[in-house]
Design a binder for this molecule. Structure first.
Ligand code: SF4
Ligand code: F3S
Ligand code: FES
Length: 245
């Protein structure tokens, strides 16, 4: 705000509906007045309510928890609900996350990809064969270890790390930093019966940890500030050892 007046913002939004025959990707510009504390969520909602009800974008929690509002903001993946317009210029460009199936405009189907990736990695606690030992599940965990697992569980599956990753652009089957983070998380969990050899089966290839070229864009864009570089290095060390063995 300057001299009590709000800035005029110009949002250039990528529009394209793959379900409309003949539609083509294009940038559409919307102008609006910035308000105090305005986020991109608020700006897009105002545009949809007052200017263009056909504009598609996703929001659920508006609090950085659900991961559904991820989009490319001035060339960088991020959460629209956590992005204040005051931290951006007056010209703002918004595009959908690349890599994921486009639903329309800024809306992409990250859920479909995340489900397939989680199934492929079997991202759940595996019991020992023939064992359904509830006492083990309820065993007290060392608080420091629980804290380390909790840290990795903060992933909200927003897809920013995958959208920013050069490997993901080249390999459709790459599990991304989000997938490698899951493997690191389950490997830490003493309730998971899998061995390093079992983890090697699922991520010991170029679609997994050996496809990662350490580009680290994932680490830079993760809105939850997860220690992705450390986790990927950790999984790679373990898997390399398993591969040699
Ligand atoms: Fe999003 Fe970070 Fe999880 Fe990737 S690791 S999906 S960027 S929260
Ligand atoms: Fe991609 Fe991150 Fe590896 S950006 S190449 S997953 S370090
Ligand atoms: Fe849920 Fe942005 S709306 S993270």
């Amino acid at each position: 705000m300057a001299n009590g007046t709000h800035r005029k913002l110009r949002l250039h939004v990528m529009r394209y509906n793959p379900r409309v025959p003949g539609d083509a990707p294009r940038l559409q510009t919307y102008e609006l007045e910035e308000a105090d504390g305005m986020t991109l969520f608020i700006a897009l909602t105002e545009i949809r309510e007052k200017q263009d009800p056909s504009l598609q974008f996703d929001f659920v929690c508006r609090a950085g928890i659900c991961g559904s509002c991820a989009m490319v903001i001035d060339g960088r993946p991020g959460l629209a609900c956590r992005t204040l317009t005051k931290n951006l210029g007056e010209e703002i460009t918004l595009a959908p996350l690349p890599f994921f199936e486009l639903i329309g405009d800024l809306s992409v189907n990250t859920g479909k990809w995340m489900r397939a990736m989680s199934e492929r990695l079997e991202a759940w606690v595996h019991m020992r064969a023939g064992e359904l030992d509830l006492t083990r599940i309820e065993e007290r965990m060392d608080p420091a270890l629980a804290e380390r697992i909790y840290e990795l569980d903060r992933c909200i599956e927003c897809g920013c790390c995958v959208a920013a990753c050069g490997t993901a652009r080249m390999r459709e089957d790459f599990v991304g930093a989000v997938g490698l983070n899951k493997i690191a998380r389950f490997r830490l969990d003493p309730r998971d019966a899998r061995t390093d050899a079992d983890y090697y089966e699922v991520v010991g290839d170029d679609a997994g940890v050996f496809g990662c070229m350490s580009l680290l864009a994932c680490h830079d864009v993760c809105p939850k500030n997860l220690p992705l570089a450390t986790q990927i290095a950790f999984v790679r060390r373990k898997m390399a050892r398993e591969g040699l063995g």
